[in-house]
Write a protein that binds this ligand. Structure first.
Ligand SMILES: C[S@@+](CC[C@H](N)C(=O)[O-])C[C@H]1O[C@@H](n2cnc3c(N)ncnc32)[C@H](O)[C@@H]1O
Ligand SMILES: [Zn+2]
Length: 358
């Protein structure tokens, strides 16, 4: 084991290739995501926080050290992880409740003693623990912090897995990651509605191999119904790349641009996935974190999934325009999903673009 520093803490961790095979899991590359989590916990004034799959305990301990959290519960089903968590708590002078249970058993036990925030950071998908988390989270102003690494399922490489896990149809388009993120949010909204609870995505994103969601709870039938109205379907044309959200009773047969047969994805979230009110400080996590958050916030103006420039130019048999030029012409937005993607309310017809430019 080695001793490392992260944020304001010092931690004992196992080093080596990052994989499930480590005696206790630790991934230095997730520091960015931990920094963001700490800031959101602080911003929301979270006091009672449960790190339900805590690994080496970095996230929960940092939440107590830096995130303004006063009560922290750390859990992991791996015995060795629990030992490491104990050692790391001591190392940082933090008092925490530590458990060695299956995540669902732990959260069920806390259903009458709810948390302000629950973090589920598994290998794979959080969906198997979502129901228990919804029962153990405060119904008002609670915060669910969820990670999913099952990109293959969500982005349509393994379609049937997505249908089984999320009861939703993915689609292998050039913007499949955005469909994946929207499917995840949609699944959470639908599941929380069963408990007459609404969940609002205050910040959600895709990075490297994972999706991360921060969802705020709001109790009440009206809010739950309002959120459900933002769960719809997406139709897509593989011939011209047209796409549009639609209600189930308004499905189109043919592409309104080129008449080709349309494919579909969903149910999925069709609204904003980041709140304009969320603020993060540059001092924690540096400028990279702040500019990332601002980028995700800015792209919320346009909810139609982004267009991948190279894909469009291939379909149109023209050269790829510079992103800046295309954005200006479209009055569009950049997107965090791709450096070569543009968001636009208008279909980016590249023939028109080159015609107006010449
Ligand atoms: C990706 S790691 C968590 C990393 C940690 N959040 C961090 O930031 O360092 C997933 C952890 O979940 C634990 N785990 C896997 N299945 C579990 C289950 N059913 N219940 C509780 N813990 C589980 C694993 O032992 C592993 O430590
Ligand atoms: Zn078309």
């Amino acid at each position: 084991m080695k001793r490392i520093r992260e944020g304001e803490g010092t931690f004992w961790v196992f080093s080596g290739e990052v994989s499930k095979k480590l005696p206790v899991f630790y991934n230095p590359q997730m520091e960015f995501d931990r920094n963001l989590t700490i800031q959101i916990l602080r911003e929301m004034g979270i006091k009672r926080y449960c790190d339900a799959l805590a690994g080496s305990g970095l996230r929960g301990i940092r939440a107590a050290l830096e995130g303004g959290v006063s009560e922290v519960v750390l859990n992991d089903s791996n015995k060795k992880a629990v030992e490491v968590i104990g050692r790391n708590l001591e190392e940082n002078g933090i008092q925490g409740e530590v458990y060695n249970r299956d995540v669902n058993l732990l959260l069920r036990a806390f259903r009458y003693n709810k948390f302000d925030a629950i973090d589920i950071d598994p290998f794979g998908s959080f969906i198997g623990a979502l129901d228990s988390a919804l029962r153990a989270i405060k119904r008002k102003h609670g915060l669910l912090c969820l990670t999913s690494t099952d990109t293959a399922a969500l982005c349509g490489v393994s379609m049937k897995t997505c249908v089984r896990r999320y009861d939703a149809h993915p689609l292998r388009t050039a913007y499949a990651k955005e469909i994946g993120l929207r499917i995840l949010i949609g699944a959470c909204v639908r599941m929380s509605a069963r408990y007459e609870m609404a969940i609002n995505p205050i910040f959600a994103y895709n990075r490297r191999h994972y999706f991360r969601l921060f969802l705020e709870t709001k109790a009440g039938i009206k809010s739950a119904d309002a959120m459900l109205r933002r769960v719809s379907y997406l139709q897509h044309c593989f011939k011209c790349d047209w796409r549009g959200y639609t209600r189930i009773n308004e499905f189109r047969r043919e592409c309104p641009r080129c008449g080709n047969r349309l494919e579909w994805a969903g149910p999925l979230w069709d609204a904003e996935f980041a709140s304009s009110e969320l603020e993060v400080e540059a001092k924690r996590g540096g400028d990279e974190l702040k500019s990332f958050v601002e980028l995700v916030k800015r792209e919320q103006d346009i909810t139609t999934p982004f267009y991948e420039i190279h894909h469009l130019s291939k379909l149109h048999h023209v050269a790829s325009p510079k992103r800046g030029d295309l954005l200006q012409w479209l009055e569009g937005r950049e997107t965090h999903f791709s450096r070569t993607g543009v968001r636009s309310n208008r279909y980016p017809d590249l023939y028109d673009f080159y015609r107006t430019k010449s």
